[in-house]
Design a protein around this ligand. Structure first.
Ligand SMILES: *Cc1c(COP(=O)(O)O)cnc(C)c1O
Length: 392
């Protein structure tokens, strides 16, 4: 029988040789690793440095432990590389497969910095990007051309939460030998293990749910066996390394990720359902609610929902939305998410689309639901909706 999520995250990556019997793997900081002789130094350089002390950039047991823990959460995966941020993980994953002349397919609902990396940096290398409707499903086959080398997915999409048909896209990609990768930050492997679905590279902004406390930047890419060597070599070439202190905080966060996600998910769904009953709200964009595009795919493929969603206001303008958000007591106003505290963010998806239209009844607010009591958050939002109505 496969273990439950709580059991998995508590035990993952805690090899005895790395923990030395200490419950949390200690912080091993290093740049120089000393050798006894010139012969030993030379011999070390020629060997595979995976899980062997060689030089600080290649990591210590602190980073290996977190990387191995994330690999264990993705059945079928070969290994994981850690990065100093989620964006660093995304760029390394893309650079590990793309070369000048290649084409990348990117969903129109993708995280904005991913879009910018493709249209800016990748374009400068002569790599072209074609955007696609996140709801395209198996229809992606029609977009795959001679130059198409990679299909990037993000499900649900940033800001607007469209759920993608990952198995259908993977099947179309495999038929043409195209690499697939997904930004799996929202679901994490606990709610959506993707390597066993055939995805080649699974990317996390660990900054969000893995760290869980809004105090560390960290990213990861977990690779299927066919894609590990390229990912590792590209990441080595780029000099990518995550600090042991940050990896340690990532490991500490991971131990409670299953219970945190359960709370985030249940509280967010309760609040989303309450928002649906409010006349000031036109639509709630939450994958577990039927109004969300791709809801049927969410029910088919995901083990549960996370704590981040958006809602569309019924009319009103930017100032009325600001009146709602500015007066909130328990929600902070700021970027990122996945921490213990709730956040509210004004978002404007229409401004960053290229192949799909964004038609909405009013401005959009994105909520990160933290670990506060949902009844208190609902009371705070109710007062906010009153302010919105008064200002509209
Ligand atoms: C925040 C985020 C990232 C980037 O992670 P950083 O650690 O902030 O660089 C990538 N993808 C998604 C979906 C995110 O929300």
């Amino acid at each position: 029988m496969s273990k439950g999520d709580g059991t998995k995250v508590v035990g993952a990556g805690r090899r005895a040789e790395w923990t030395q019997g200490i419950v949390s793997p200690p912080v091993w900081r290093a740049s120089t690793i000393l050798y006894d002789t010139v012969d030993e130094l030379r011999a070390a350089a020629g060997k595979d440095t995976h899980h062997r002390l060689f030089y600080g950039r290649r990591g210590t047991p602190t980073q290996w432990s977190l990387a191995e823990a994330l690999t264990e959460l993705e059945p079928g995966a070969e290994a994981t590389f850690l990065y100093p941020s989620g964006v660093a993980a995304i760029s390394a994953a893309l650079l590990s497969v793309l070369s000048p002349g290649d084409e990348l397919l990117l969903p129109d609902s993708v995280y904005d910095p991913t879009r910018s990396f493709a249209t800016g940096f990748l374009a400068r290398l002569g790599i072209t990007t074609r955007f696609y409707d996140p709801l395209i499903g198996g229809g992606i086959a029609d977009l795959i051309g001679e130059q198409t080398r990679a299909i990037f997915m993000e499900s649900p999409g940033s800001l607007t939460f469209e759920v993608q048909d990952v198995p259908a896209i993977v099947a179309a990609a495999k038929a043409r030998g195209v690499t697939t990768m997904i930004d799996n930050t929202w679901a994490t492997p606990l709610l959506f293990p993707v390597i066993e679905l055939g995805v080649d590279l699974s990317i996390l902004a660990c900054t969000k749910y893995v760290v869980g406390h809004s105090d560390v930047m960290l990213g990861s890419v977990t690779a299927a066996p066919s894609h590990w060597a390229k990912l590792r070599d590209t990441s080595f070439a780029l000099g990518q390394t995550a600090s042991p202190d940050d990896a340690w905080l990532g490991s500490r966060g991971l131990r409670t990720m299953a219970v945190r996600l359960k709370h985030h998910g249940a509280a967010a769904l309760e609040i989303a359902r309450w928002l649906e009953t409010r006349p000031e709200v036109a639509r709630v964009l939450h994958p577990a609610l039927p109004a969300c595009p791709g809801h049927d795919l969410f029910l088919r493929d995901f083990n549960g929902a996370a704590g981040l969603f958006s809602f569309v206001l019924n009319g009103g303008n930017d100032a009325a939305r600001a009146a709602l958000i500015d007066g909130l007591d328990l929600f902070g106003i700021g970027y990122s998410w996945g921490g213990f505290e709730s956040l509210a963010l004004p978002v404007d998806p229409g401004r960053i689309r290229s192949v799909t239209r964004w038609d909405a009844e009013g401005p959009v607010v994105r909520l990160q639901i933290g670990l506060e009591d949902p009844a208190d958050l609902i009371a705070d939002l109710a007062a906010g909706l009153d302010r919105f109505r008064a200002a509209s």
